[in-house]
Design a protein around this ligand. Structure first.
Ligand code: PLP
Length: 379
């Protein structure tokens, strides 16, 4: 049986080159980076070199990069510090955001810290920019949190357009870029974004490490109090191996980005064509237009309603790993908040397939053949 991993939006396999770099550090550099002696100083140098590499790729200054434990912490830091430390009382987000964003904002709303507004979205998960402008106009200075690519649908937002709008209304703009970091070139010299987020494990780096980019125009207080690490903004001894691995992963992603973009988009387009040819009634959730959709994500809605809850189980039995994303089908099953928000059809099973540079056309063929078989059995 073939084993196929098509869940790269959940996490990616680590690149052997990244592992090699991390292993070298683990083996040879054990000093505490806060120690002022030689063992400590050499590890401090590794951290600062990694920060400089990342900043260089994003066209920003190393002073704007803060290492965190990953995407969730970076989102929490941006939202909590961005709002509280700037005296903001109104936030704008979308119902399609990752729980790292929605749950943080909802907790702040519940505590009475902010009023929270959700921007309208259409059936493909695109933002209504006129509604966003209205919300910005109707409220005093807002904090705007809108992701670059939706992790379930792949639908992209227009960061340039949001940046221009937020600048016009003096708002603070945070974008959860977890799914697009390393897949698109974010040019921080030109983007009008105040906070951006990275999780290394989404780009063939290690788990448990990421960073928050904080624009120098925005002042925030520490997120985690403790030692003076991360220029006093996040106490705690640094995840040195993770930081080195993260920088290496991003370096590799940038060096091969155009080639990987073309290759992975090719796999996704091929899978779309093969599904249309082999599975009658197949549909796609979210945008599939390459200009409006993240090339690593394909969310498929199947016509075989009899097997709604069994789809992922059957794929797993066939050795294929993918993610669920069913819309709510019963009172107890809350389903995917993303599919529910775009009005997904709860009687059709939906599966998110997500690709990486390590996937092949043969894996897509095998997956489509299994899907065809399953939909014939459960038609
Ligand atoms: C869009 C988005 N934001 C945030 C996160 C959370 O990142 P992490 O797992 O590094 O905490 C994820 C991970 O699934 C994600 O897809």
């Amino acid at each position: 049986m073939m084993r196929v991993y098509l869940d790269n939006a959940a996490t990616t396999p680590i690149d052997p080159e990244v592992l090699k770099e991390m292993y070298k550090v683990m083996e040879n550099h054990y000093g505490n980076p806060s120690s002022i002696h030689g063992h400590g100083r050499e590890v401090r140098t590794l951290i600062e070199r990694a920060r400089k590499t990342i900043a260089g790729l994003l066209h920003t200054s190393p002073a704007e990069i803060f290492f965190t434990s990953g995407g969730t912490e970076a989102d929490n830091m941006a939202i909590r510090c961005g709002i509280v430390d700037n005296g903001i009382r109104h936030a704008i987000s979308s119902p399609l955001e990752h729980h790292a964003v929605i749950h943080t904002l909802e907790a702040m709303q519940k505590a009475g810290a902010i009023k929270l507004s959700f921007v309208d979205v259409d059936s493909k998960g695109s933002i209504d920019y006129d509604h966003l402008e209205k919300l910005l106009k109707d409220n005093e200075r807002s904090f705007v949190s809108l992701m670059h690519a939706n992790n379930e649908l792949g639908t992209l937002s227009d960061m340039e357009r949001i940046g221009n709008l937020t600048e016009q209304y003096n708002a603070i703009y945070h974008s959860d870029t977890v799914q697009t970091m390393g897949h698109y070139r974010h040019d921080l010299k030109n983007l009008k974004v105040h906070f951006m987020v990275c999780a290394a494990h989404k780009l063939h780096g290690p788990k448990g490490i990421g960073f928050l980019h904080v624009n120098h125009k925005i002042k925030i207080k520490p997120f985690i109090y403790g030692g003076s690490q991360e220029r006093n903004m996040r106490g705690g001894t640094e995840n040195v191996y993770g930081i080195v691995g993260l920088a290496k992963a991003l370096e590799i992603a940038y060096a091969n980005m155009d080639q990987h973009h073309q290759y992975i988009q090719g796999l996704k387009s091929y899978m779309i064509d093969q599904l249309k040819a082999n599975v009658p009634g197949v549909e796609f959730n979210g945008e599939t237009d390459p200009g409006k959709s993240l090339y690593t994500v394909l969310n498929v809605s199947f016509p075989c309603s009899d097997m709604a809850d069994m789809m992922l189980f059957n794929l797993d039995i066939a050795g294929i790993s993918a993610s669920g994303g069913s819309a709510c089908s019963s009172g107890t099953d809350i389903g995917s908040h993303v599919l529910n928000a775009i009005g997904g059809n709860s009687s059709r099973p939906s599966v998110r397939f997500s690709f990486s540079k390590y996937n092949t056309k043969e894996e897509v063929d095998y997956t489509v053949a299994k899907l065809k078989e399953l939909c014939q059995v459960y038609a």
